[in-house]
Write a protein of this length. Structure first.
Lengths: 245, 306, 284
């Protein structure tokens, strides 16, 4: 069975800086994979390339065997790849419910008459059903995160890209979100790719880690191995750390 | 639509329908006709710009487009004036698509300036290509659609009501939700699988269609068209009407159009000070009433959430 | 040929004065000041009033006019614009109503006919065989001096640095102790002063009537768009491009089409390269 997502030699340059350099990896359906790396490693740029928000300079990326490079963002979503953003981007001026409705209006979903029900189900699943009528302006950040995920879920994705879902969350909000992500994976068989810094939560969720630094993939492996990998440690702490450690 | 809203609309419509025959004054009926046409223009502007938050500063392009289409068909070729309506709408839609494609990807102030420039260029073209367009004088001698001015008024009033109803229905539909999401965050909208470009262009085209329709009605009312139908001042007046009425409400914008034109008319007694007072009033409204005047006022009168 | 070169330079200089002020207030405060053309008109009418009506000496009139326009601009910013800053549409609309109101006031006070603003330099000057109206050359010189002075001011003084800081990030500047609000008012004053000065200096040879703000506005827009909103060097470059284009069109084609030049420039720029020659990226 061919992989759900195949990335080969993906490269992106920004006048002089190579943000993503020759990145290659594959994702099998049903996995939760993590992308690890310090700030500036190129993680979000990678997401932007895979979701059509940035054009690539070289390389290939295939979802379900067909290339997704060069397609418009909304087209990629309608192929089954959804994403969330590092900084939550709700639709201001609308309620929680309406935010999710928009996701259900993607052509892929064919919501038709079942729209209301579908929205209710999604809100139930992310735990925002009781806040459906609230305007997003008054939502606490943890709920905005859930809303981001709900909206992405509304598009019926097969692959979900989460960009630092735990960023900005307080201690009490992180664990429930971990549970939610795991539950979504288990119940829907979603393939998930997560970018994150926060190692502890990350490690609980992912079965495989792609480590990046300076735009390159420096290691791919099981979480336990990656955390002990010398180059990965170096990317976070700096050279010579290994000599001391 | 809530009961109180329906009652309010009924009263308003009764007033609008009943006053002109009561006043029995040809000139005043004409004023009401222009009020209703202003209402169509303002409502059509509000549909696009009020919902998506992208301010179109060149609405007169669509108005003038419709008006000149009517002038060519009826004035130059002598066709039955009723043909102007589909023709004017078609021309306006084409203009909407032409302008929309290159400009809708621009951010706020740039989109505003691009639309403003488009209308201004069209105005220059209308003036400079005088062999075809009659130059600064324009084209005269158009037929009217309905002989009796009261009859014409009811036609225009009916079309205005239809405009508000149709556009409001669309605004409340899924299309409208998407437009409001575009206003909220375009990038997030794309990430939700929505083809933002399509919806922006389609919405602009729809807005243009109704504006062009208003332009046709105006042309056949004035029985003439001039390059002023493309004027920046017209575009801006439309925005002011929508603003005073309540941006995003569509019915409010239509009321704003009616109200402002009435106000301008009532101030005729002020002679040369008329426009000055008008603008000062506008400044006051803009400054103190951020949400506009008509829609918030109605919300207050109606009381609570009915 | 030399005539065109010189006249083109004069047109470009006046355009540059108008555009730089407009782009400055946008670059710093993100305000599209639709009253900018009105400042220009106000400058010209003040110069007219002070010299022709009050019979004040030319230099005094000029200085007073510019000062008056600057104060007017600052007052408008402080009283009308500052409270509405969160909504860019509201700011656009209020500056617009100010422009419209001012136009009406000028119309009421002075009537619709053109006024003659006395020139500083009444005699023609001979440049390499071409006789050029002295006032035009003076306008060119003053424009260069004023814009140069503004540039130096921004680059070399503390206040100038504060202005640059605020234009990059008003919030961050405030954390550094820079009073962003006050800077906005000051910059508006500078912007208005430039526009007013343009009116004073060009009034003698350009038409002075209540609607002069409109053509000035459209042309200023075109220069600023082509140059890139927020970029002073861009505005200067674009002013030359558009100024010369207009002069060529007027001399070799048809004077009626000069207005179209600016409009076409705007549309071409927005369609091909919206950020203009030197502006920042502006796609939605």
């Amino acid at each position: 069975m061919s992989a759900l997502l195949e990335v080969e030699g993906l490269t992106k340059r920004f006048s002089g800086v190579t943000a993503v350099k020759d990145v290659s990896f594959t994702l099998e359906a049903g996995e939760i994979t993590g992308v690890l790396g310090p700030n500036g490693a190129g993680k979000t740029t990678l997401f932007n390339l895979l979701t059509g928000f940035l054009p690539s300079d070289a390389g290939a990326a295939r979802f379900e065997g067909k290339s997704i490079l060069g397609a418009a963002p909304h087209a990629i979503v309608n192929r089954g790849v959804a994403r969330t953003f590092q900084l939550c981007r709700p639709f201001y001026g609308m309620t929680v419910r309406e935010n999710v409705v928009v996701g259900c209006l993607a052509p892929r979903v064919h919501a038709g008459g079942g729209l209301e029900q579908r929205v209710a189900e999604i809100l139930e699943e992310v735990g925002l059903a009781h806040k459906a009528a609230q305007p997003v302006e008054i939502l606490p950040y943890g709920d905005l995160r859930r809303l981001e995920i709900a909206r992405a879920l509304a598009t019926r994705p097969q692959l979900l890209l989460l960009d630092e879902p735990f960023a900005g969350l307080g201690a009490g909000e992180i664990e429930p979100l971990v549970q939610l992500i795991r539950q979504l994976h288990d119940s829907q068989g979603l393939t998930i790719l997560i970018i994150e810094h926060k190692l502890r939560e990350f490690m609980q969720l992912v079965s495989r880690v792609i480590a990046m630094d300076f735009g390159e993939v420096i290691a791919i492996g099981a979480p336990g191995d990656i955390v002990r990998h010398p180059r990965v440690i170096e990317s976070y702490i700096g050279k010579g750390a290994n000599a001391i450690a | 639509m809530g009961k109180r809203n329906m009652a309010g609309a009924a009263v308003l419509l009764a007033l609008l329908a009943g006053l002109p025959p009561l006043l029995h004054n040809h000139y005043l009926t004409g004023v009401f006709i222009v009020c209703a046409i202003d209402g169509i223009w303002a409502a059509s502007w509000d549909f696009f710009s009020g919902l998506t938050g992208r301010e179109n500063f060149g609405h007169a392009l669509f108005i003038g487009g419709g008006a000149y289409a009517a002038a060519f068909l009826n004035g130059n070729f002598g066709l039955n004036p009723w043909f102007s309506i589909p023709a004017g709408i078609a021309v306006a839609v084409v203009l909407g698509l032409l302008v929309g494609f290159p400009t809708l990807r621009l951010k706020g102030p740039y989109f505003a300036l691009a639309t403003l420039a488009s209308a201004a260029i069209m105005q220059q073209v209308a003036i400079n290509l005088w062999q075809y367009t009659g130059g600064s004088e324009g084209i005269y001698g158009l037929d009217t659609l309905i002989e009796s001015s009261l009859g014409f008024y009811y036609l225009v009033l009916g079309i205005m009501v239809a405009t508000v109803v149709v556009l409001s229905l669309i605004a409340k539909s899924r299309w409208g939700t998407i437009m409001r999401a575009i206003k909220g965050d375009e990038t997030a909208c794309q990430a939700a699988g929505i083809n933002v470009t399509f919806y922006k262009i389609a919405s602009l085209a729809l807005s243009a269609a109704f504006a062009g329709l208003g332009g046709v009605l105006f042309a056949h009312y004035q029985q003439a068209v001039t390059p002023d139908d493309f004027d920046v001042f017209l575009s801006i007046s439309v925005i002011i009407m929508a603003y005073v009425g309540g941006i995003g409400t569509i019915w409010g914008a239509a009321c704003g159009g009616i109200l402002l034109n009435l106000m301008l008319e009532l101030m005729r007694g002020l002679g040369e000070y008329r426009l000055w007072v008008y603008y000062v009033i506008l400044m006051v409204v803009l400054f103190f009433m951020r949400e506009g005047f008509v829609a918030p006022l109605w919300r207050r009168l109606r009381g609570g959430d009915a | 040929m030399l005539t065109v070169l010189i006249y083109g330079a004069v047109t470009s200089a006046v355009l540059a004065m108008l555009a730089v002020g407009f782009t400055l207030i946008f670059g710093v405060a993100r305000i599209l000041n639709l009253a900018h053309g009105a400042f220009y008109a106000l400058g010209a009418y003040c110069a007219y009033s002070f010299t022709a009506l009050l019979k004040l000496p030319l230099i005094v009139s000029a200085a007073l006019s510019v000062a008056l326009v600057a104060v007017f601009g600052m007052a408008m910013e402080r009283v009308l614009v500052r409270p509405l800053r969160q909504s860019s549409l509201a700011v656009l609309m209020i500056t617009l109503t100010v422009a419209l109101t001012l136009e009406q006031v000028l119309f009421i006070a002075f009537g619709s006919q053109s006024k003659n603003v006395p020139a500083f330099v009444n005699f023609p000057i001979n440049v390499h065989g071409v006789s050029v109206d002295g006032q035009r050359l003076l306008a060119l010189a003053i424009a260069v001096v004023l814009i140069g002075a503004l540039w130096l001011f921004i680059q070399r003084t503390r206040l100038g640095s504060a202005i640059l800081a605020v234009s990059q990030d008003p919030e961050a500047a405030q954390y550094m102790g820079i009073p962003a609000n006050r800077i906005f008012t000051i910059v508006m004053g500078l912007s208005a002063a430039l526009a007013g000065a343009a009116g004073v200096i060009a009034g003698p040879f350009l038409s002075v009537r209540p609607t002069m703000d409109q053509t000035a506005m459209i042309t200023a827009f075109s220069v600023v768009i082509v140059g890139g909103l927020g970029s002073i060097p861009g505005s200067i470059l674009a002013a030359c491009i558009i100024g010369y284009s207009q002069t060529f069109v007027a001399f070799y084609l048809n004077p009626e089409w000069t207005g179209t030049v600016s409009l076409v420039a705007i549309l071409l720029t927005l369609v091909l390269r919206p950020s203009g020659l030197m502006g920042r990226v502006v796609n939605a």
